[in-house]
Design a protein around this ligand. Structure first.
Ligand SMILES: [Zn+2]
Length: 319
């Protein structure tokens, strides 16, 4: 009887201390706040269980139009590290960080990535005296700059991006550096495999058919890296209203060339795509994921799946 009592007591303390260590492990996790879902995925790949990551813009949401709430400012204020994309993707971020009172570091994940000009060869863009495009007037104070911020659509870029994130996390939490770097190393080989997959897939499309039409101009880096031409009726931000002349020039282009499909996006209003489809009689493909991942259990729940899904969606139509 006494023995049983002691076994019970021992078991009881075991359970209590186990729960306590679980709770303290959770409390010890570093709090990383990021602007959007692709960064959220990268931080959880590198940080594993040692990090708690919060994305300000939710999955499937358009970050060009995002309005931060007071609750989100509070989350920023208690962060151990803040990570953003930069290159004008999150025009609201600096103001939010400042207003929150957060005193830590804000890391820009696109540092050291070769910059790509916002390519636009449509004739409705006037240049100012300095040769800068004046197209961004109607961004209402928000603005993508002259560089394309959607760098993650090139896997070689992503290798720099992820390294920037892993190094910043190691500086934030030096005791976990070995752990983060081990995760980084494994992920780099996943990225190499992804890159091979994309090149193989694109090579299976006849060269003259490597043309894709989407809603907003998010895919410049994909185009630049892998040689698929991407055209969009909207400008670089989803906020820019498409101009009639631009739509007309895309319609002309489609009629002249062998464009096989239009692709809507998960984050944008796709009425323009429908309008162009009607005028040209070409079919509308499945939605591409552009500036946001899908929900975790969706087809583009991680960055790796996001890229695979987009490429498979494009290849299936163009092949
Ligand atoms: Zn965008």
């Amino acid at each position: 009887m006494i023995l049983r009592f002691f076994t019970f007591i021992a078991l009881f303390f075991c359970i209590v201390s186990f729960n306590l260590s679980d709770v303290s492990a959770k409390e010890n996790r570093k709090k990383v706040v990021v602007s959007f879902s692709i960064l959220e995925d990268i931080v959880s790949v590198i940080g594993g269980k040692r990090v708690h990551v919060t994305s300000l813009v939710r999955r499937n949401m358009d970050l060009h139009m995002f309005q931060p709430t007071p609750r989100q400012a509070k989350i920023v204020s208690s962060a151990d590290l803040v990570i953003m994309n930069g290159l004008g993707l999150e025009g609201w971020m600096e103001r939010l960080v400042k207003a929150s009172g957060y005193k830590g570091k804000t890391i820009v994940a696109t540092d050291n990535i070769p910059k790509l000009k916002f390519e636009d060869d449509h004739d409705d863009h006037k240049k100012d005296d300095h040769g800068h495009k004046k197209d961004h007037d109607d961004h209402h104070g928000h603005g993508h700059g002259e560089w394309d911020p959607h760098v993650w659509l090139s896997v070689p870029n992503m290798k720099i991006y992820v390294t920037n994130v892993a190094e910043a996390m190691s500086r934030m939490d030096p005791s976990s550096k070995t752990y983060y770097m081990k995760n980084l190393k494994k992920y780099m080989s996943d990225l190499d495999n992804l890159d091979k997959f994309i090149r193989r897939s694109v090579n299976s499309i006849p060269k003259k058919d490597r043309v894709v039409i989407t809603s907003h101009e998010a895919f410049g880096h994909l185009s630049n890296e892998y040689g698929i031409e991407m055209l969009a009726p909207q400008g670089l931000s989803t906020e820019t209203r498409a101009r009639a002349s631009r739509i007309a020039s895309i319609v002309r282009f489609i009629k002249k060339n062998s464009v096989k499909a239009l692709f809507p996006e998960n984050i944008t209003d796709n009425r323009l795509i429908q309008q162009i489809a009607k005028q040209t009689n070409i079919k509308i493909g499945s939605s591409l994921y552009s500036d946001a991942l899908s929900e975790k259990n969706g087809p583009a729940g991680t960055y790796l799946n996001y890229m695979r899904y987009n490429i498979e969606t494009i290849v299936n139509v163009l092949k």
